[in-house]
Write a protein that binds this ligand. Sequence first.
Ligand SMILES: Nc1ncnc2c1ncn2[C@@H]1O[C@H](COP(=O)(O)OP(=O)(O)OP(=O)(O)O)[C@@H](O)[C@H]1O
Length: 258
Amino acid sequence: MTPLIAARGLSIRHGETTVLAHVDFTIHPGEIVTVVGPNGSGKSTLIRALIGLEPAAEGRVDRASGLRIGYVPQKLHIDASLPMTVRRFLSLPKRVSDRAARAALARTGVEGLEMRQLARLSGGQFQRVLLARALLAEPQILILDEPTQGLDQPATAAFYHLIEEVRAQTDCAVLLVSHDLHVVMSASDRVICLNGHVCCEGTPKVVSAAPEYRALFGHGTGGAFALYRHEHDHDHEAGACAHDHGDHDHHEHHHDPA
Ligand SMILES: Nc1ncnc2c1ncn2[C@@H]1O[C@H](COP(=O)(O)OP(=O)(O)OP(=O)(O)O)[C@@H](O)[C@H]1O
């Protein structure tokens, strides 16, 4: 199957610093893939590179032709305290019909909020409005960078449940960045563990058992994997550290100043 997006030997540098080194990564239609990794490990950078917002220092990113991407960035360059209604926000940057706006809000469980000021939305409602806006493009892939930051556990769980519903309804692929390992792991087909490079990759079960993952996140994470989305699927597909090229010197020194 042709991937929607593929990074091939992708390295990203900011000045002298290599932020991502030799990343190989693909996402296929309909998959839910989660990128996990410590702070500063390059998760947002990878997402931005996949979308075309970061130039490759080495390697490349291939995107399916005409790919429709629904992107919810980690930081929104809009002040939520600006006087702006949800309806108006949904029309940025491209005007949408009342009907489309209503349908998008209904789909994300925040129907009837059209005339509400952004500043008066709860954190959870705001995330759902962001998701509604991303869905307006009828994306083939939805990319969400830490969408539940600041939400409590029930709101986080409800949001991921919604993502799964959206995926089921639209069959779009979903690429998530998250720190919510417990919830996300259970809702992912595949997990990529990043730390300047791909440390390990595979099903939640494979990644949870990978020494590289455990070294980063500790051993107390075992309980996080009680609910695997496809417990019996594809475990053979991507063994732990499939993308570890054995270049250990490089990996270990990755975060050292160049
Ligand atoms: N525009 C930039 N210029 C210079 N360095 C940058 C820039 N953007 C990111 N970095 C650095 O690149 C590294 C990776 O950042 P990135 O935001 O991708 O990490 P992250 O894994 O998403 O982190 P977090 O979990 O904290 O959001 C960090 O060390 C960061 O300081």
